[in-house]
Write a protein that binds this ligand. Structure first.
Ligand code: 0O2
Ligand code: 0O2
Length: 212
């Protein structure tokens, strides 16, 4: 147990630090613009039982966990709109406090289950009493609708122990498509509202110019 606590400690630090940093992006957008691409941020260190299960499933030996298991430290960024995901990814690419190791785009290429999200794996430096230690962390970026689907599917999957009957699989895939259509519709509505606002602002400016 002590060994696990020591092993997981830098991951706990990384999750806490990254949560503060990512929430910092949100508050800066809130101060400097009328829309933040980040709605909320969550983070967790993978529970030991899940680390052991995943290591077993993927054939990762326990002495290679730090280099081969990318999501022991996990961050999740939720966005209102699909377009916000791109903005967040660009923000992450522009930072110099960590290095991006890999990006996985499960939005353009959804998983067979129907899962959609954008995953960015980073190498993050943690300061320890024995010097700097590099750890891997996975940041999942998704809309609220993608998060709704993934959260419910994940908990159902747990109950079914990963073995969904075929008809349930198909219905979950359809539910994922419905969530994606909801995202598209919300983006369309937002676009129309922005166009209408721009039209009325222009009209008001022209009326004011006419009065001069
Ligand atoms: P706000 O803006 O005040 O809500 P902790 O692990 O407790 O140290 P944290 O970040 O407080 O760290 O908790 P956690 O569980 O990692 O993240 C939860 C954050 O996400 C909280 O915000 C929740 O309010 C927010 N959250 C969770 N689910 C939803 C949701 O469905 N919608 C929205 N809008 N927010 C959600 P904060 O950070 O406390 O800030
Ligand atoms: P947790 O903490 O329980 O969420 P693999 O694990 O083999 O699927 P890999 O290569 O480790 O994949 O990385 P991938 O697929 O980029 O990320 C895995 C994580 O993405 C999962 O973590 C989930 O959080 C999420 N994910 C991937 N596919 C699905 C899916 O079909 N449904 C849901 N709900 N989430 C998915 P874990 O390991 O499940 O950990």
């Amino acid at each position: 147990m002590k060994h696990w606590d020591q092993f997981l400690e830098p991951y706990k630090h990384a999750v806490e630090e990254l949560k503060v940093k990512l929430k910092g992006i949100r508050s800066q957008y809130e101060l400097h613009s009328d829309h933040s691409p980040i709605e909320f941020v969550t983070g967790r260190v993978k529970p030991i039982a899940s680390i052991l299960d995943k290591a077993h499933q993927k054939g990762i030996s326990l002495d290679k966990l730090d280099s081969e298991m990318q999501d022991i430290a996990g961050l999740r960024i939720m966005c209102q709109f699909v377009d916000d995901i791109k903005t967040v990814v660009e923000q992450l690419r522009s930072r110099n406090d960590f290095e991006i190791v890999e990006e996985r785009d499960y939005i353009s290429h959804k998983k067979a289950s129907g899962y959609r999200s954008y995953h960015v794996v980073i190498r993050y430096p943690v300061q320890t009493i024995r010097g700097e230690r590099m750890i891997l962390a996975e940041i999942q970026i998704r809309t609220l609708a993608m998060n709704f689907w993934a959260t419910v599917e994940h908990s159902l999957n747990y109950k079914y122990k990963g073995l969904f009957p075929e008809d349930i699989k198909i219905r979950l895939q359809r539910a994922a498509e419905a969530a994606f259509r909801l995202d598209e519709e919300m983006s369309t509505i937002r676009g129309e509202i922005q166009d209408a606002q721009a039209f009325f602002t222009r009209k008001k400016e022209m009326q004011q110019d006419g009065k001069k």
